[in-house]
Design a protein around this ligand. Structure first.
Ligand SMILES: NC(=O)c1ccc[n+]([C@@H]2O[C@H](COP(=O)([O-])OP(=O)(O)OC[C@H]3O[C@@H](n4cnc5c(N)ncnc54)[C@H](OP(=O)(O)O)[C@@H]3O)[C@@H](O)[C@H]2O)c1
Length: 279
């Protein structure tokens, strides 16, 4: 990945659709005005990818902002996620209908199973395959899936998951999942890319940031992009939304990437997918 990336750069997924490498996450953005204003501001700033979920309770506000942005629908990539993946095929279809209705959109770009549940995920996956076939989600994928969860879908599914959204930052690199996904050509989206702001004072990170006249947050986002992942930092503050998007005018060199690669600490805010039982 090089400096030639820009805020709208897309990666082609294995189903032939494309996805912007940079986006806005809206977990913990309050439903109503906060999410609406945040999403609209991000779209005005040049973001073209919004990551929401049934569980965040703010799909409606994301949908309203997408519509009110005045942008063509096909310029914006919208992801949402199925929450209760243990409740079966019919529930998954109903939950998707409810998400789409809340967003007041005709389709989403990507629908994900938010977390794997113990037991088979095939039933749920069949529902997502149907949603894709009907054109109501252009792509389908998963989140927080370890190789053991993915294997079932890869072997028995009619469609392959094209994205796995997992927690990822220089301080948590998830090597087992990421190397499996690389081999299977499953694109990774990294969430908590800023480690929720808890490592901005790391001395090595600060040294790289100072050398580039960038903030620690910008360097963490750039690291994700140059590592080849999609990245979805969250902020509800206009100045930070702007700051987080200002990562396309510099390049981390090999040595700087190596320093960041060396920051692995297993720092995790969400459960470890490797520890979620399959059966
Ligand atoms: N699939 C999943 O299971 C899953 C789980 C977690 C998250 N996600 C997705 O990933 C997105 C990002 O993850 P996250 O929200 O957990 O964590 P994050 O993006 O690593 O960090 C967000 C936190 O950092 C602050 N922040 C943002 N930009 C900053 C900056 N430039 N300087 C200082 N502080 C800054 C934000 O505060 P302010 O808002 O106050 O600026 C917020 O407290 C979520 O919003 C969600 O869409 C998915």
């Amino acid at each position: 990945m090089s400096i030639t990336l820009n805020i709208r750069s897309r990666i082609t997924l294995q189903d032939g659709n494309s996805m912007p490498l940079f986006g806005l996450g809206v977990w913990a953005a309050q439903s109503g005005k906060e999410t609406y204003d945040t999403t609209l501001y991000a779209l005005k700033t040049g973001y073209r990818h919004i990551d929401t979920a049934e569980m965040y309770g703010n799909e409606k506000d994301v949908g309203n902002a997408v519509i009110d942005s005045g942008l063509n629908r096909d310029e914006i990539f919208v992801t949402t996620k199925l929450w209760d993946s243990g409740l079966g095929y019919d529930h998954a279809l109903k939950a998707f209908d409810a998400s789409l209705k809340k967003m007041n959109l005709e389709y989403v770009d990507l629908y994900l199973i938010h977390w794997p549940e113990k037991g088979s995920q095939l039933d749920i996956w069949r529902a997502l395959e149907r949603i894709k076939k009907e054109g109501r989600s252009h792509s389908i994928g998963v989140s927080n899936f370890a190789p053991k969860h993915l294997k079932e879908l890869l072997v028995k599914g009619n469609e392959r998951p094209v994205v796995n959204q997992i927690e990822m930052s220089p301080f948590l690199q998830q090597k087992t999942i990421s190397s499996f996904c690389r081999t299977e050509n499953i694109h990774l989206t990294g969430y908590c890319p800023l480690a929720r702001g808890k490592r901005f004072d790391d001395p090595k990170l600060c040294r790289v940031a100072k050398g580039m006249k960038k903030t620690a947050a910008q360097v963490m986002i750039r690291w994700a992009l140059q590592s080849g992942h999609t990245v979805i930092p969250k902020s509800v503050r206009p100045e930070r939304i702007k700051e987080n998007s200002n990562v396309f005018d510099f390049n981390l060199n090999k040595e700087q990437m190596k320093i960041l690669d060396g920051l692995e600490q297993g720092l995790r805010f969400c459960p470890d997918p490797l520890e979620i039982p399959k059966n």
